[in-house]
Ligand binder design. Structure first.
Ligand code: NAG
Length: 226
């Protein structure tokens, strides 16, 4: 019997590992997003507790196109209701996957009522630094009500990465997800049956904007609290 799974632990810290789906989709949800959540697009995995297999190997690299629709929603990830900054109605956001060398096109539809950018953490962005997603450094902010399209390849990179908002402290409020680049020549490919992604992070009942204000205030002593 082979080892049944490999656990990838992505994001930092502790505590949170639940995926919560937002209220049923309204007309604001574009058709494409729904399509991605069906069997037709198994590579757009929206449930972190669903195991997955490596993507099918293609003869040559292909373009993988995704849409992240960002909006606030009332969710209760740990039983406490609050405004969560969701991607495609969920927190954490959908897992984005590609094979080594693929072109990754991601349409970020910003419905947050705030500015944003999305950063593809760990991706070198050789030749496409303008798609690195760092607000004020590699791009202008994405205004609410508009879509920005990122378009890059991970080149020779493969492994477990993550994506997150790179504007203010938005990712603390939920704007983050996994980014997996498979290597079709993974030397361990035959040593496991399936994979899972687990993400861990702190989770707060207070929105991050007010946490940041407290952190920046004179006399902050949070670092001394056990
Ligand atoms: C993405 O970039 C590639 C390579 O520059 C280009 O051929 C393609 O047209 C771009 N696609 C989109 C949707 O911008």
């Amino acid at each position: 019997m082979r080892i049944t799974s490999i656990f990838y632990v992505i994001v930092l810290l502790s505590l949170y590992s639940t995926i919560i789906n937002a209220a049923p989709a309204t007309s604001a949800v574009p058709t494409l997003e729904k399509r991605q959540e069906t069997e037709q697009d198994p590579d757009f995995n929206t449930n972190i507790f669903t195991s997955f297999k490596p993507l099918e190997v293609t003869a040559s690299p292909i373009t993988r196109e995704y849409t992240l629709t960002l909006a606030k929603a009332e969710l209760a990830p740990d039983g406490f209701s609050r405004q969560v900054w969701t991607s495609n109605g969920q927190y954490p956001g959908p897992m984005i996957r590609a094979n080594k060398g693929d072109q990754i096109v991601i349409h970020v539809q910003n419905n947050l009522g705030d500015f944003t950018t999305i950063h593809w953490h760990g991706i070198f962005q050789r030749g496409t630094t303008f798609y690195d997603g760092v607000a004020g450094q590699t791009q202008c902010l994405i205004a609410t009500g508009t879509t920005f399209t990122y378009n890059f390849t991970a080149g020779e990179q493969y492994g477990t990465y993550w994506w997150h908002s790179h504007f203010r402290s938005q990712y603390v409020d939920g704007l983050r997800g996994a980014l997996i680049i498979h290597d079709p020549k993974d030397p361990y490919l035959n040593d496991y049956d399936e994979e899972f992604v687990m993400t861990l992070s702190d989770w707060h009942h207070e929105e991050s904007e007010s946490l940041v204000n407290k952190r920046m205030a004179k006399g902050y002593d949070g670092f001394n609290v056990n």
